[in-house]
Structure formats: structure tokens, C-alpha cells
Design a protein around this ligand. Structure first.
Ligand code: ADP
Length: 247
């Protein structure tokens, strides 16, 4: 039985280090799953550095019902919840690990998600209490790991893969983000290095997403990209995950 009533599958999106595009991919994956006609929830599990509410252009806060259940925000066809939608998001910055993990679980468990095919959880960067709680309490169907081709990021991503394996969370695959961009003469440039081979055994690359300045502009404007090579890559990721989960 699912750990959250009415939620068929929970997927964690993690990364070894910050700044590789984990939140962008989590949001983009959730939107790609919506495009497939699935019922999708998105939980910002990055309690101390939430960004999904900005990426998705949320203008309202989450509300609570009289019996203290949280109502996720409906936007772009999905249901969003996170610290960024709470009354006092800055409070969490001084919290200790167990409190941070507790807040993630509370949001996951106390929300009125309704019936969902997939709940995507954007995890904090690195490996920590939130990941442990996700694995032990929410029984996720799997995890997706985001990295850039840079060896510095890949090394940390390999640690994230090993961590999920230790927690017995199946690694569904890897997204290689910022994996090249067309230069002025049309030839590809690789500012973070050329993606070469799979990250780790058992962690297939589901997509290589190009570096696209339009993504930066879209995130800042709160209007996620739904077309172009990055969105197309995320459609492939969503397809691969849907196939793996039988959705
Ligand atoms: P993380 O969650 O790993 O810290 P973010 O998703 O916040 O990373 O992304 C970090 C920055 O990189 C943001 O400004 C985002 O808009 C940008 N970004 C992410 N993916 C891409 C991409 N494929 N092309 C261009 N910019 C990107």
C-alpha cells in the first residue's frame, strides 16, 4: 500500500551538489508527467532552500483546512506544496536536521493531495536526514539523480546514487543537465565538459539536457519552459519513468 493514502508512486529527485539544476529538473519532470495526462503532486523537500514556488511562479500561499490539513496549490496542472508556500519560510533556515526532515514528512503526510499517480519530491542537495526520512517513511518507488557532466558534480552524484542504493531506494536513472550548448558557429560547446558514459553501474542516463539560457529566464520569470530541447528531454525522462513504474 502507498505510504500516503491515494498516492500511487513517490519519486525523489536528488543531486550530489547544489546548482546542477535539480529543482529545475524536478519541476520540469512533474510538468512532463502532467503532459502525459497523469495526476501529479510536487513537494519541495528542500526545506531550507525552497525554490519551486519561484520556478513555477506561485503567487498564493498554501492554505490549511479547519482540521489542520494542508491544501497544496493548484498550478500548471499539478499540486504544489513546500516551505516557500508557508507563512514563515525563513524560520526554517535555523532548523536542525531532524526538524527539517520532520517538516518534509509533515507536509507530505498532512496534505490533502487527493488522488495522485505520482508525487515528485525535490530533495535538498547532498545526502541527509530528509533523504533518510523519505526512504524510511514514505517508501518511494525510486529516485532520479541530477548532475552536470563536470567531474566535480559527477563524483558527488555517484555518492548520491550509492546513498539511495544503501537506503534501498531504486535509482530510476540520471539526468545529465547542462550537457552542452550550441556555439555562435553552430558547433556544440561543453562548458561543463562532455558527458561521457553512464554515471555509475545501474544508473542509466535517461536524458542529456542542453544548457539553454531560456531556462534561466523562464525560472526567473516563474514561467517554466514547455517546449524546446530541454522540455523534450524531460518528456523522455517522464516517458522512461512512467514505463518503469507501469504508469
Ligand atoms: P539546484 O536545484 O540543483 O540547486 P536549480 O534548478 O536551482 O539547481 O538551477 C540552478 C540554476 O541553473 C538556475 O538559475 C536555473 O535556472 C539554471 N538551470 C538549470 N538547468 C538549466 C539548463 N539546462 N540550462 C540553463 N540553465 C539551467
Amino acid at each position: 500500500a502507498p505510504a500516503i493514502a491515494g498516492v500511487r508512486h513517490i519519486i525523489g529527485v536528488g543531486a550530489g551538489k547544489g546548482g546542477v539544476g535539480k529543482s529545475t529538473v524536478a519541476a520540469g519532470l512533474a510538468l512532463a508527467l502532467v503532459r502525459r495526462g497523469l495526476r501529479v503532486g510536487l513537494l519541495d523537500g528542500d526545506i531550507q532552500g525552497p525554490s519551486l514556488h519561484i520556478l513555477l511562479g506561485a503567487t498564493a500561499r498554501a492554505r490549511a483546512t479547519a482540521d489542520k490539513r494542508l491544501i497544496p496549490l493548484d498550478l500548471h496542472g499539478l499540486r504544489l506544496l513546500g516551505m516557500g508556500l508557508m507563512a514563515d519560510p525563513d524560520k526554517a533556515v535555523a532548523w536542525r536536521g531532524p526538524m527539517v526532515a520532520g517538516a518534509m514528512l509533515q507536509m507530505a503526510n498532512m496534505a490533502d493531495w487527493g488522488a495522485l499517480d505520482v508525487l515528485v519530491v525535490d530533495l535538498p542537495p547532498g545526502t541527509g536526514d530528509v533523504h533518510l526520512s523519505l526512504a524510511q517513511k514514505l517508501k518511494p518507488s525510486g529516485a532520479l539523480v541530477v548532475t552536470t557532466p563536470q567531474e566535480l558534480a559527477r563524483a558527488d552524484a555517484r555518492r548520491a546514487v550509492a546513498f539511495f542504493e544503501q537506503l534501498e531506494v531504486p535509482v530510476l536513472g540520471v539526468v545529465m543537465n547542462m550537457a552542452g550548448m550550441p556555439g555562435p558557429d553552430g558547433r556544440m560547446l561543453y562548458p561543463f565538459g562532455k558527458p561521457e558514459g553512464p554515471l555509475a553501474p545501474g544508473a542509466p542516463t535517461l536524458a542529456e539536457l542542453p544548457l539553454d539560457p531560456a531556462v534561466v529566464a523562464a525560472s526567473d520569470a516563474g514561467k517554466p519552459l514547455v517546449s524546446g530541447d530541454v522540455a523534450a528531454g524531460l518528456d523522455r525522462v517522464a516517458g522512461a519513468i512512467a514505463a518503469k513504474l507501469g504508469l
